[in-house]
Design a protein around this ligand. Structure first.
Ligand SMILES: [Zn+2]
Length: 148
């Protein structure tokens, strides 16, 4: 039976061709100390981590761009009971980058000294945290922020 539309393999190839920056590219750059996102040539906004389209206007007219790795600490949570395979305690944070996108990462800070007073402080990516568990599909990295 002939299906209407395109073949799945053709669609998959088309979707893959639209990734100008893959998650793997993003993580490899992070390992080298670079935060890479996508700059939209239509609306000017930055998308990070990478997606197929601009996070703001859905345009596919995007190009890789390097971000400063600096931002503002928006919120955090202290993990005291970790998922399987992780050591606790540690801090997961959400930082708003200077270029706009909000990024999840870990925060390198004394867990016992964490308080709401750190919210709004300037942060910078200082490295990566590598993880590999049975749910992640291989090794991945996320940014580690430090408070400036
Ligand atoms: Zn856009």
């Amino acid at each position: 039976m002939n299906m209407v539309g395109r073949e799945p393999a053709e669609m998959e190839k088309d979707i893959k061709s639209r990734y100008v920056l893959t998650s793997k590219d993003y993580e490899e750059a992070l390992k080298q100390g670079k935060l890479i996102g996508l700059k939209c040539k239509d609306c000017g906004s930055v998308t990070c981590p990478p997606m197929i389209v601009c996070q703001r206007c859905s345009s596919i007219n995007v190009v890789p761009t390097e971000l400063s790795g600096k931002g503002e600490l928006m919120t955090y949570t202290v993990i005291r009971i970790p998922p399987e395979g992780y050591e606790a305690p540690y801090i997961v944070c959400l930082a708003k980058t200077d270029e706009g996108p909000w990024i999840v990462g870990r925060l390198d800070y004394d867990v016992e000294k964490m308080s709401e007073e750190v919210l709004g402080r300037s942060v910078k990516i200082k490295g990566v945290f590598a993880y590999s568990d049975k749910y992640s599909g291989g090794e991945h990295v996320c940014p580690v922020f430090s408070i400036l």
